[in-house]
Design a protein. Structure first.
Lengths: 180, 197
């Protein structure tokens, strides 16, 4: 099993102009950035733009990353958040009037926590082998039962359970630092 | 979804069960990841580098030159993309320097310094006239606007000329670049400036 390059190492290599490192970062983070942008902006087109801006910023400012200040994921998250906030500010339309009713959705702190959890979990999913990621996606978000997942994938039910458990173990290791 | 139905079993230790439940809860909390649109399946080419404006350059001249240089950059990037986008880039650009003259423009892409201290560069000049006889052009680093260190010489044969150069100097102490027109007789002494930053 090869040594996994950390996000921080990839950022540092990108700072030196290493395009393959930049592309690895993209593969790891494009989906989490897009998910974050989509939740925040609520529009796929603008979320796509935010993803492009995020990675352009990463390429431009990778040299500002300081590994002694922490791992790469929070740094990428901060860059993405800035790009998304900029895009949100760029909205031309403003609400006609402020609603009187108290907001029902989560407050800023809760939203930030929720965003961070989704960010880290979706980033961790990118590290799973495809067959485990597939089982997790079907088991958690497709609405299929375990038996239906087994039938859908054409594998025994026991294999579905084994893969699910292996995937959760792997995710636990990946997420351990942040959520242990 | 129910944790026990998904992974529960008597063979889990309490510690394992705690860890798996934690991840299970996080997956539920996170919700499904977004489907990446086809447009975002692959990264767009990262920006080559930022165009560097040297302090000596008057802003108004820069504005005029920028239009021409951007056109040249677009042609260069588009050409590069179609020719070689499936292969790793052989030249990682650290910064791009725009140059301009009366009827010509140039883009100097400066790469990353190697371990020995060499700076690779690619110069793409457009509009320089072909010189008769043994005439050629020379790229110089400038200090206070004056050419002080030669960075390589080249000839042109057609409208656009691309040459690879390398210099071993520390670039920090200079304020710009110029290209001069040289003849065989005045080798070693800068000729008239035809392009400048």
């Amino acid at each position: 099993m090869g040594v996994v390059t950390t996000d921080g190492e990839l950022i540092q290599r990108a700072a030196d102009g290493d395009r393959s490192a930049f592309e690895d970062l993209y593969r790891r983070y494009a989906r989490p950035v897009f998910g974050l942008a989509l939740r925040r902006l609520g529009d796929r087109g603008r979320a796509e733009d935010a993803v492009q801006e995020t990675f352009a910023s990463i390429w431009r400012s990778a040299a500002s990353y300081r590994p002694e200040r922490g791992p790469g994921a929070p740094w990428v998250y901060a860059v993405a958040r800035n790009a998304i906030v900029d895009r949100a500010r760029a909205r031309t339309e403003t609400p006609a009037e402020i609603p009187d009713e108290p907001a029902r959705e989560a407050g800023p702190a809760d939203r930030a926590e929720q965003s961070w959890v989704a960010w880290r979990v979706h980033r961790a999913l990118e590290e799973l082998p495809e067959r485990e990621r597939e089982v997790i996606a079907l088991a958690y978000w497709s609405g299929l039962s375990q038996s239906e997942v087994a039938e859908f994938l054409g594998i025994p039910l026991g294999t579905v359970k084994t893969r699910t458990r292996a995937a959760l173990m792997r995710l636990s290791d990946i997420l351990g630092e942040d959520f242990g | 979804m129910n944790f026990d139905e998904l992974v529960g079993g008597d063979d889990l230790t309490p510690e394992e069960e705690r860890k798996l439940r934690r991840v299970h809860d996080l997956l539920v909390q996170a919700g499904p990841p977004a489907d990446l649109p086809p447009k975002l399946e692959h990264p767009t080419r990262p920006p080559e580098a930022e165009i560097v404006q040297f302090p000596m350059l008057p802003k108004r001249r820069w504005a005029l030159a920028a239009v021409a240089v951007i056109a040249l950059l677009l042609v260069a990037f588009a050409g590069g993309y179609f020719v070689g986008h499936s292969k790793p880039a052989a030249f990682a650009t650290r910064r791009v320097v725009a140059m301009h003259g009366a009827n010509a423009v140039a883009v100097l892409r400066v790469g990353h310094e190697d371990s020995a201290g060499n700076w690779p560069m690619v110069l793409e000049a457009n509009g320089l006239t072909r010189q008769s006889g043994r005439g050629y052009y020379e790229l110089w680093l400038t200090r206070k606007g004056k050419p002080v260190l030669p960075c390589g010489s080249f000839r042109v044969a057609k409208d656009t000329t691309t040459v690879r150069l390398s210099v071993p100097y520390r670039l920090q102490g200079f304020d710009g670049w110029v290209i001069t027109r040289e003849g065989a007789h005045d080798r070693g002494r800068p000729g008239p400036v035809v392009l400048t930053t």
